[in-house]
Design a protein around this ligand. Sequence first.
Ligand code: UD1
Length: 434
Amino acid sequence: MTISAAPPVQLLDSRLEVTGGSRLSGHLRVNGAKNSALVLMAACLLSRDTLRLRNVPPLTDITAMGEILAALGVRVTRHGETIDLDGEHISRAAPPYELVNSLRASFFCIGPLLARMGTAQVPLPGGCQIGSRPVVEHVKGLKALGAQVTIEHGVVTASVQGRNRRLKGGHIHLDCPSVGATETLMMAAALADGETVIDNAALEPEVIDLADLLNAMGAKVRGAGTPSITIVGVDALHEADYAVIPDRIEAGTFLLAAAITRSELSIGPVLPEHLGAVITKLEEAGCRLVADGSNLVISAKAITAVDLRTMPFPGFPTDLQAPFMSLLATAKGTSVVVENIFENRLQHVAELQRMGASIRLQGNTACIEGVARLSGAPVHGTDLRASAAMVLAGLCADGVTTVRGLEFLDRGYANLEDKLNAVGARIRRLSDAA
Ligand code: UD1
């Protein structure tokens, strides 16, 4: 199937009705990682050959990225969870604002476009529900590789001067270990002239996944997963056939679904080393986790309070802070959760309070006193992971929880309600004209 234009926007009141109280049992399949797949897709811009990606999750964000790449001239063909990206005929270095605006990750295009074409104009991604999303580190790094970068009228324009318009290897020290900046700069450096070193690089598994893909395409990247990544630029990259890693955030959400319903579930495939901090906190809270091949089996009975603070990998992931808070709202005792990564990522607190959670909020710290029962209520998921947190809370609440904000949920979870229903949940998707 070739990706076509987006369907017209319909004003629908879409919501999930979650009837709480069911125990879950069985196996939940984890899709490929959204955050990896989005950046790996952008890497197709680096080569004239076709990139085949497998294990790509069926999500609206992936469709949006496909549309952006198609607008740049990439031939995008999707068959189930495999996507072919043929970058032979890149015809534009400027993705259209309307498409970029719908997907922050589209900013990833700037690194590979600049490396391949010597020029790129990408609209600034702007903030989002969870806070401001600066690209200062991305821009600083591109400049260190010899690009001239200006930001005017909301558009970042980057270009390389000189006869062959090729970036030059350089030394970059990131002020903060930004995942997106590390990935953007790795892609830019892959085709640069000479060696690039990125210090204080992000350690996230998605960075390693990108390095593995780039190396499969003929790049020379080493040190991914450590704070210092070295990239020796090559003249060209070639085709590759590559499978995306499992989604550690979806896996974590499923582990929490088992924990919040005090159930036993098998979840996989997972790479447990990607979930170290999450597994530790679940065990601290009283869950039992056992590896079974590529699956993790979790069983949960009583849940006790735990404290956690979000940190860059290998610390506790900010993307699972909201879902974990739903669990802690039902734990025995008082938990303290500190959000250190994004400034506006505690909006789910007010929604959990509507369901009877007892949470005090001060700055970026939430103090959660567990209650015996949450009660179903109409709630709104204010961002992708907050929406998942609401569904989890609904699974254990008394009565029916109606979750709105599905436009966020569908960006990051493939068929969430079908998957959960298959292991015993009771969730209905309703959609009617608003
Ligand atoms: C990625 C993930 C997102 C996750 C986040 C943190 C993707 C598509 N998204 O986002 O799901 O929540 O990592 O794990 O992979 N910062 C700066 N200056 C910069 C760039 C970032 O100060 O130039 C700050 C941000 O404000 C934030 C922190 O660094 O506080 C982390 O941001 P970053 O690692 O860049 O996150 P993303 O790559 O945007």
